[in-house]
Design a protein around this ligand. Structure first.
Ligand SMILES: [Mn+2]
Length: 336
């Protein structure tokens, strides 16, 4: 466990006084880990008698709306939520390494005088928080939240809700335990969660088999009509325009998992999904083994993330994006 702050445990214990108001923030477009880690921590701190609010910078995907506590999440709105941020004494950042990852909420979070605690597993944590509890070796931020709870001696406040939320974070970030889950500790933690009576199979079902028929047709269309592969670089990519998105009633969260599909081909090691938005083209990048899409996203696509999963943006007209992706990837692979 990498603690980047001296005397972390004692200082946190000094800070966490019961009458302080605590805000927990996930990142923009929150995924299962950011929501699971935030809600799990919130349930635990509430059980321990703290005043806690959870905020997300933008809406959560529909397939995670069932999570315990999801109904009480504040979705950031300029002005309205700024007051809540201003009032907070302590703010937790869960599953992100820089405040810019909260997009619209970033300014208010930056301006807040609250003490900030980062619980994360992304590489290169920024100094946007005074206290940083971060490790790239663990499966997820939810696992870090669990370690944090343990370190503080708060495990006795774990209940089924805490276990359900943190389990969901670990399950989703490891793509159902297929990646980033080779440490025995991850399964020890999951084993502990099962002892709280969580319904593992139902959680899997709700997260993975909860999409619309239109989304399945979109996947078919993308794989059959849109996917292109560059065999020299074992690289596949798909571009989708706003017009096409509208044809398939595309909703937040619908693209989840699609970018991984080309990696099921033995000869594809890197996959990119590019989605046209109003002011830029949004990229999801995935890879297998030692292929590092974090570096690729940082160098060419105004983004970053993990070695095998990253995101980015291209600020160019949609028509120019394909050429830009191809030349960037060629450039990157000829250098590395
Ligand atoms: Mn994560």
């Amino acid at each position: 466990m990498k603690i980047l702050t001296k005397d972390f445990k004692n200082k946190i214990k000094e800070i966490l006084i019961k009458d302080k108001s605590i805000l927990i923030s996930g990142h923009h477009n929150p995924d299962g880990d950011s929501l699971g880690g935030s809600l799990g921590l919130a349930h635990l701190l509430k059980n321990a008698g703290y005043d806690v609010t959870v905020m997300m910078p933008s809406n959560m995907p529909e397939y995670l709306e069932w999570m315990p506590g999801a109904d009480d999440i504040l979705i950031y709105e300029k002005g309205l939520t700024d007051k809540v941020i201003e009032k907070a004494d302590i703010i937790f950042f869960v599953d992100f390494n820089a405040v810019s990852r909260t997009e619209n909420a970033a300014e208010a979070l930056k301006n807040s005088e609250a003490i900030k605690i980062m619980l994360d597993h992304h590489p290169q944590p920024s100094d946007d928080a005074e206290f940083i509890f971060s490790d790239t070796k663990v499966s997820s931020a939810s696992e870090i939240v669990y370690e944090f709870i343990n370190m503080l001696g708060f495990s006795e406040y774990t209940d089924k809700n805490v276990a359900t939320c943190l389990f969901t974070g670990i399950m989703t970030d490891t793509l159902n335990f297929s990646v980033n889950s080779s440490r025995p500790e991850t399964f020890e933690i999951v084993s502990n969660f099962l002892s709280f009576g969580i319904d593992k199979d139902a959680i899997y079902e709700k997260v993975n088999n909860n999409f619309s028929l239109k989304r399945l047709k979109l996947i078919g269309y993308l794989l059959y009509k849109k996917m292109k592969a560059v065999s020299d670089y074992k690289f596949a990519y798909m571009l989708i325009s706003e017009k096409e998105l509208n044809e398939f009633d595309f909703r937040d969260g619908d693209h989840e998992g699609i970018v991984n599909m080309p990696l099921s081909v033995s000869d594809i090691n890197v996959s990119v999904l590019a989605i046209e938005q109003d002011d830029f083209v949004k990229l999801s990048l995935r890879s297998k083994g030692d292929y590092d899409v974090n570096l690729l996203a940082r160098k060419y696509f105004n983004g970053g993330g993990h070695k095998n999963a990253a995101g980015g943006r291209i600020y160019k007209p949609y028509e120019e994006v394909e050429d830009y992706i191809l030349s960037s990837v060629k450039d990157y692979f000829s250098e590395n």
